[in-house]
Design a protein around this ligand. Structure first.
Ligand code: SF4
Length: 615
């Protein structure tokens, strides 16, 4: 039996529920369950920060087993940043513990009268007073909860930024975050500071011998896969040096340039001397987390589990400042405050450009001089955003809303998609990745469908990174592939090389673990991934999103990229690519799935909801 826990924070009632067999088989798990329950239980027009919004905190069907990189936890809700469906994944070991406690996810409803945390142990579910940790940093809160519940407890929590309703606050477990989309903000709006799980290891597998064999196959694939040693030794920050990720495609000065002056100072090799330890998620031999400590100077002693590539970019590219220590300090500050690093860096990059243009002056910034290359104002702005002080109070709304408040033409400098700040891959240099941002259900998000075909992945075919057409079907392929992986909360990093891991092996593992034969059927996970993608899209359509929202900032179409190997590039034919994508999906020209498409995917009931949106 696969189960969820429903918790109503207002009444204090908790209830175990079986996930109906037909839902479990049709949606597999993880993001599949999230899309189904979010669609069914969050009505159109719900205020993301109101009582009616719900927060789904989930784990994957293979979490807590020896399968590699499959124990991540996730959260799904209606985003206060974008107003769309959102989902975000976090690492560490909370996912394994939640599974051992017997649940695939928790549905959190309504709002507690005062700050609380949820404690799960031995089939007992207690809503406890969180007065002692409300207002505390994520580090302080977790230390308190570990002291209270012992070393065996695992937890997720929010920080002060979420409590201040910063629209891009995340949820944290250890140093790992489900950062994007403001899921922490939704948690705070419910007066829920943390969820703590105590559980003993347990594993029930339909076919343990076959499962072990498949895990051995997976481990062998990891070891033989391209780049395994470098990835394990240096982590994601190796992307800074890689032309397909970093140099040449590294957005600089609020997405105007493609290469950061002095980027070599942020080379992954530069992080090696301050790396103290490798760490990773439960059952993942890749251990991409790196504990780093600044040894000397003004920031001596500051420690973080990072920065990962995105964070290294967020606190260098937007401010044009190649200062390695600043990226470590910024990462540490965002962890303490509970902020999404990508949106925080994006908001700061926006402010720096407005300062350059004279739209913001020192009167607006409490005297901060936002000069490119100077990292100190950046660090001060992180604190201001996290505590909603001065200009930080405006930036805490995200760049879309901040631009609406600031006016003076600042909208043209707000780099976002559907309200979410863009990550550190330049859309004009990597067009299929850029169009992934434009077409994503959750706003700009690299993890939602990064186009590895532009940097050497031949599945289903190689791509010219700057092709102006003929790429829409690949954007769909990547969206469905990631959705397929995330049915089991699989980390997307190992799938960057399909010799490591892909949907075929994942399907076999699901069969061996759960004993549901169709999960191993040819293309079954692809099919469910596509279904999930369409269901998320239909959630957004119900909220009023249309083709006009499937776009990028105007700069991507009109201002040639400056510098780097893609100098001079713009996205020339966005509408052509969007039409290609819609055609590949079986959507109409307004981006609405046709009735035939929804019927093919088994979503006939959803068709009844959205038929009225078709022209
Ligand atoms: S690759 Fe990194 S993020 Fe992914 S599961 Fe392994 S340790 Fe976690």
């Amino acid at each position: 039996m696969r189960r969820l826990l429903r918790v109503n924070l207002s009444s204090g009632l908790t209830k175990e529920e079986e996930i109906p067999k037909e839902v479990a088989e049709a949606f597999v798990g993880g993001r599949g369950f999230a899309s189904k329950y979010v669609y069914d239980e969050i009505p159109p027009g719900t205020d993301p920060l109101g009582r009616a919004n719900k927060l789904l905190l989930g784990t994957g069907p293979l979490a807590g087993t020896s399968a590699q990189s499959l124990s991540k936890w996730m959260v799904a809700t209606k985003s206060p940043l974008t107003g769309t469906y959102t989902r975000s994944f976090g690492g560490g070991d909370f996912g394994a513990w939640l599974k051992w406690a017997g649940f695939e996810f928790i549905v959190i409803e309504d709002k507690a009268a005062t700050p609380v945390y949820l404690h799960i142990k031995d089939g007992k579910y207690e809503i406890r007073d969180a007065g002692a940790i409300w207002g505390k940093t994520t580090g302080q809160a977790q230390a308190y909860l570990r002291k209270e519940h012992g070393a065996k407890a695992r937890m997720v929590c929010i920080g002060p930024a979420a409590e201040k309703l910063v629209r891009f606050a995340g949820i944290f477990s250890g140093h790992r975050a489900a950062g994007r989309g403001g899921t922490g903000t939704v948690m705070a709006s419910k007066n829920l500071k943390a969820v703590v799980v105590e559980a003993d290891r347990s594993e029930t597998l339909a076919n343990p011998e076959e499962f072990k064999r498949l895990v051995r196959q997976q481990v062998k694939g990891y070891k033989e896969g391209l780049g395994y040693d470098v990835f394990r030794d240096y982590g994601t920050v190796m992307g800074v040096d890689y032309p397909g990720f970093g140099c040449g495609s590294f957005p600089v000065r609020n997405f105007r340039m493609g290469e950061l002056e002095g980027w070599e100072k942020l080379s992954f090799m530069q992080f090696a001397p301050i790396t103290q330890k490798h760490t990773g998620c439960y059952a993942c031999m890749l251990k991409c987390g790196k504990i780093r400590k600044i040894p000397s100077g003004p920031y001596a002693g500051i420690t973080t589990e990072g920065p990962h590539y995105e964070t290294a970019w967020s606190f260098s590219g937007p401010t044009g400042c190649a200062n390695l220590e600043a990226t470590v300090v910024a990462d540490h500050l965002c962890w303490e405050l509970g902020l999404d690093t990508i949106s925080t860096g994006g908001a700061i990059g926006f402010a720096y450009e407005l300062f350059e243009k004279g739209i913001l002056t020192t009167k607006d910034t409490d005297g901060l001089v936002l000069n490119y290359g100077d990292h100190e104002p950046m660090l001060k702005l992180i604190e201001k955003i996290g505590r909603r002080e001065g200009l930080g109070d405006i930036l805490a709304e995200g760049v879309k809303r901040a631009a609406e408040r600031i006016g003076q033409g600042s909208e043209q400098y707000a780099m976002h998609v559907k309200g979410q700040e863009m990550p550190g891959y330049e859309p004009r240099a990597l067009k299929a990745t850029g169009m992934n941002y434009a077409l994503s259900n959750v706003g700009a998000n690299h993890c939602y469908g990064y186009a590895l075909q532009a940097i050497g992945n031949p599945h289903p075919r190689l791509l010219d990174p700057v092709a102006d057409e003929g790429i829409g079907d690949i954007v769909k392929y990547n969206h469905d592939f990631v959705a397929g992986l995330e049915l089991a909360n699989a980390c997307t990093f190992p799938s960057h090389d399909l010799e490591f891991f892909g949907l075929e092996l994942l399907g076999k593992m699901l069969v061996a673990a759960l004993g549901v034969p169709q999960f191993g059927g040819e293309d079954y996970l692809w099919h469910v991934g596509e279904k999930v993608y369409n269901l998320e899209r239909c959630f957004n359509i119900r909220e009023g999103f249309t083709r006009k929202d499937d776009t990028l900032p105007k700069r991507m179409f009109t201002e040639p990229l400056k510098g780097g190997v893609r100098d001079g590039e713009v996205i020339r034919k966005p509408d052509t690519i969007i039409d290609e994508y819609y055609d590949a999906r079986g959507w109409d020209r307004n981006g609405i799935p046709t009735g035939e498409t929804l019927a093919r995917l088994g979503l006939e009931e959803v068709d009844r909801d959205i038929a009225r949106f078709r022209r």
